[in-house]
Design a protein around this ligand. Sequence first.
Ligand SMILES: [Fe+2]
Ligand SMILES: [Fe+2]
Length: 562
Amino acid sequence: MARHARSRPMVATMNEMKNDLLYLRPNVQVEPLFDNWYAWSHLIPPATAARNLTERHLKRMDSYINAPQVHASAVKNAKLIGGPFVDHGGKRVDEIRLLRDRTQQQRPHLIELSDAIGALDEMLRTKAKGFALQPLYEMVPDILRGYVELGYDLNNNPSFRIIEPLLYKSRYYYRSAQSLMLSVVTGDQRPFVLSTPRLESDSLFHLRAPFDDEVVDLLFRLKSCPRPWGEIKEMLRAPEASEPLVRSFFTPEAPLPYTPYKGDGVRWRYFGHACVLVETRNLSVLFDPMLSYSYESEVPRYTYMDLPESIDYVVITHNHQDHMLFETLLQVRHKAKHIVVPSCSGGSLQDPSMKLIFENIGCRNVIELRQMESLNVENGSITALPFLGEHADLNMHSKTAYLIRLGNHSMIFAADSCNIEPRLYEHIHDEVGDVDTIFLGMECDGAPLTWLYGALLTRSIERAMDESRRLSGSNFDQAIDIVRRFNFKSVYVYAMGQEPWLGYIMGLKYTDQSRPIVESNRLIRQCLDEGVNAERLFGHKEVLIEELSCKPRAPSSAVGVG
Ligand SMILES: [Fe+2]
Ligand SMILES: [Fe+2]
């Protein structure tokens, strides 16, 4: 059963305290930052980081410095949650100015890279008219030469692809921009993090270490493997003045040990949003990790403390910040034996390689799956299924749904797949047959293109165009079509950001009248009418499938993993 918090009373003498081995408390929040901005996946690849730095961070800080009160009142407006407003109550302007100036001084290469991307786009628009591209290479901004290849599509529309692995090795990849901010979290109320830079304060400890630093894994291992205070202090490089604060993040109190699943079937547990842990006796697979810290709350949930010591596969559906969340991923990295991600389109600005992102933040054994490619796992397989839509019609490949077969049981994790072309599912069904269970998001009122990808555009887009191109998941008609094609026995709709601890990253507040709620209610009613088990998940859930009787058929194009 999910718990509010895992703790037990503890009384210790001063002497015991001094010599005790200490654990990282389960309610220590560790925010990954990029130059004090909450780090999400586009802040890792140099090209997308550069565009976000100039078009989002610097512009937003300028705007706040010029009109802090406009931001302060916008933040109070519930309809504008998740909007481009800095949430510092109209105060701390000098600190924001300092951060802006420091960013400009310390990241000149990123600023020039962002400008060069704009210039390259402009050059291609004006010069590439369908004739040979080779003469244009000398017009590529100098700093990008050797890092891009120019090309046309079959209709002579020009574009460029970035040689991403080389750009990561260049001066444009700033590991030094990455750091971690530690603090104690005591409740679900946590402000939206993507619009507001984090500023230093007495209750925060800023650990200036890049994400691939070994200190990151050492820190999170302390949740279950205690170390003496002297060692911890040294490891975290805590200055003397911060020692009392840093010491307060640790406790001699051991967490309750995790009990792995020992049955003969499958157990799955819903952790909130799109995060589900699937376990058999010999296998654990965690989809789209997004975990709550442990503290007292009225909404029971599974937390970080309900994860196994080792996870065989951490599986990511797509490159949106609510599915590829560094705050959780860095905390589970040391547990993950493999990370499974979709393949990408190969160098387009909007579609950076997820494999390279993970590798550059220090993850090992990252496996890329192409569409319809399978991975053999203990007594089963994981197959990448095509995922259409939900990316504002940008040409994007790094998104996939997954079919997992374990013995004779099968589940599809469709995440935000939008059924914009029902014939796709006809073809998939022809290939994979009926499936037992589906997990599906139905955020059918998604944000417009510019909300997530605006910084990558080098020309402004018409408002009507922007409004028409959204990050929307399936509505009722699209979802019921998927459900009927696969004859699912069970249909689970994700809570779509309604778990109270997810406001900081989702920035969503639905009412009973919100379309995703109305449409998913309709889906659930319709499924129940048709004899299909269905519910919208919220908070936590555990389901046991008692027995796995036979081995699945071998996938047609399986990749092996060492
Ligand atoms: Fe998404
Ligand atoms: Fe999502």
